[in-house]
Design a protein around this ligand. Structure first.
Ligand code: CIR
Length: 263
């Protein structure tokens, strides 16, 4: 299957239930702890939205020892051709790789490993031409180069890019809406990184909506960003608002809570 078909056509996902310890999740800036019941209901609604978009969802059990383990996107990267176990850059999250490994072996014939360095899935954006790997406080050059080697084995081309300073993950500031369109903060757009794409710039004050999630015919967007929802609606996208206000308190968005692929 050509890579352009794999960018947002998915029929399978892995998620992990949040543990009560999620209230202690990592954050760059303290905006108060998320509420556990709130995270739990956001997660349940998210799983329903994935299913409604056409995916079969495997739900893994909560892991109390890893507060951020609900964000399964970070310790692994998956494609139709196989999976890659990553090494998260944040020390408290590094044990999550070992925890996600059995689910990957259950679902993929090929499970590769990052040979060295660090890389978080949140820094990786799959586009039709390349898999963009954003260097960040979580993803270093050794990790990015190691990832490029592993991607090659699965038939994908990796490309190293920069995550703007002060932004947690590359995909905190952008998402792919279709083969030629990126939803992006004005700051990241100004870097010229997406010159070959149509850039849809987030309205001022709604930058956290950048972490949207295109799945098949729908785009999931954090429900509180009404101007972004209107903008995408008017551009003809089929938008599904999903509540994410609690997980945003620990710097997360909609892509973070699943691993997605076409089986
Ligand atoms: C962390 O700092 O690692 C978590 N609190 C948030 C992870 C968000 N993941 C993502 O953007 N892929």
């Amino acid at each position: 299957m050509p890579i352009s078909k794999t960018c947002y056509h998915f029929n399978s996902a892995i998620v992990r239930k949040p543990s009560p310890s999620v209230v202690n999740g990592l954050r760059a800036e303290d905006r108060g702890n998320p509420n556990f019941d709130g995270v739990k209901s956001e997660h349940e609604a998210y799983v329903e939205a994935l299913e409604a978009a056409g995916m079969a969802v495997t739900v893994l059990p909560a892991l109390d020892a890893f507060p951020d383990s609900v964000f399964v996107e970070d310790p692994a990267l998956v494609f139709s051709e196989g999976a890659i176990l990553l090494r998260p850059g944040a020390v408290p999250r590094q044990g999550e790789t070992k925890e996600i490994a059995p689910a990957l072996h259950d679902n993929f014939d090929r499970v590769l490993e990052l040979p060295n360095g660090y890389a978080d899935g949140g820094d990786i954006l799959v586009t039709p031409d390349s898999v963009k790997i954003g260097l960040s406080a979580r993803t270093d050059l050794a990790g990015a180069n190691g990832l490029i080697d592993q991607l090659k084995k699965l038939g994908h081309k990796g490309e190293i890019v920069n995550t703007p300073k002060g932004v947690l993950h590359f995909k905190t500031a952008c998402s792919l809406l279709d083969e030629e369109t990126i939803l992006v903060t004005s700051h990241m757009s100004e870097s010229g990184l997406f010159e070959g794409f149509r850039n849809m710039i987030l309205p001022e004050g709604e930058e956290p909506a950048a972490n949207a999630l295109r799945i098949n015919e729908t785009v999931l967007i954090s429900a509180k960003y009404e101007r972004t929802i209107d903008m995408l609606d008017q551009a003809g996208f089929s938008v599904v608002p999903v509540k994410a206000a609690e997980i945003e308190k620990i710097d997360a968005g909609l892509s973070c809570m699943s691993l997605r692929w076409f089986a």
